[in-house]
Design a protein. Structure first.
Lengths: 115, 116
């Protein structure tokens, strides 16, 4: 079964600084997607960034970038120039293979941004 | 363009009761998935509906059932409620465009269910 592990329950960062959130996953599939979702107090799950496993290039979306290490099954999120609005719960998620359409989530990392 | 909507926002029930949660997908979407998010946990997949059929199901008991209507909206029903069913229930919708295109899931704001 696919599993997603986030080992950092909480992280904090100073405004304008950079922070990295960690995620590891386990799968026997070769074709899959990885995601980082943001869940603010409003509870709405928002997609931050997506990485296709077949792509060697790391995905980037403005201040958000990932470090995808397929052999190590590692998928970290780097947030540059952190802003107060980045404060939220961040979930790493997996989707792929025979269960395409089903997202598997980690337990989340609560990010605090200090002014 | 309306996003995914869910009703009600909050709900309080007692053990043994039955509950129905509702979801309207994003305009143009035809696939609906339901997730349960217990406090302090990541969401867990309950099931997915496409063309009014349950296409995939997670590891949830038969007390959890669903339905998709011809207009693609969906209901999640939970019978014989347990204290452990207290959670945020999230609905996500997507458009089925085939295996060669990634079908992004868009989430609603959720329904907070409390079982007393």
């Amino acid at each position: 079964a696919q599993t997603v592990t986030q080992s950092q329950p909480e992280m904090s960062v100073q405004e304008a600084e950079t922070v990295t959130l960690s995620c590891t996953y386990d799968t026997s599939e070769s074709d899959y997607y990885l995601f980082w979702y943001k869940q603010p107090p409003s509870r709405q799950m928002i997609l931050v960034i997506r990485q296709e496993a077949y792509k060697q290039q790391n995905a980037t979306e403005n201040r958000f970038s990932v470090n995808f290490q397929k052999a190590a099954k590692s998928f970290s999120l780097k947030i540059s120039d952190s802003q107060l609005g980045d404060a939220a719960m961040y979930f790493c998620a997996y989707e792929g293979g025979s269960t395409l359409g089903r997202l598997y989530f980690g337990r989340g990392t609560q990010l605090t941004v200090w002014p | 363009d309306a996003g995914v909507t869910q009703s009600p926002t909050h709900l309080i029930k007692t053990r043994g009761q039955q509950v129905t949660l509702r979801c309207s997908p994003k305009s143009g979407h035809d696939t609906v998935s339901w997730y349960q998010q217990a406090l302090g946990q990541g969401p867990q997949f309950i099931f997915q509906y496409y063309e009014e059929e349950e296409r995939q199901r997670g590891n949830f008991p038969d007390r959890f059932s669903g339905h998709q209507f011809p207009n693609y909206s969906s209901e999640l029903n939970v019978n014989a409620l347990l204290l452990g069913d207290s959670a945020l229930y999230l609905c996500a919708s997507s458009l089925e465009e085939g295996a060669t295109v990634y079908n992004e899931q868009f989430f609603g704001p959720g329904t907070r269910l409390t079982v007393l």
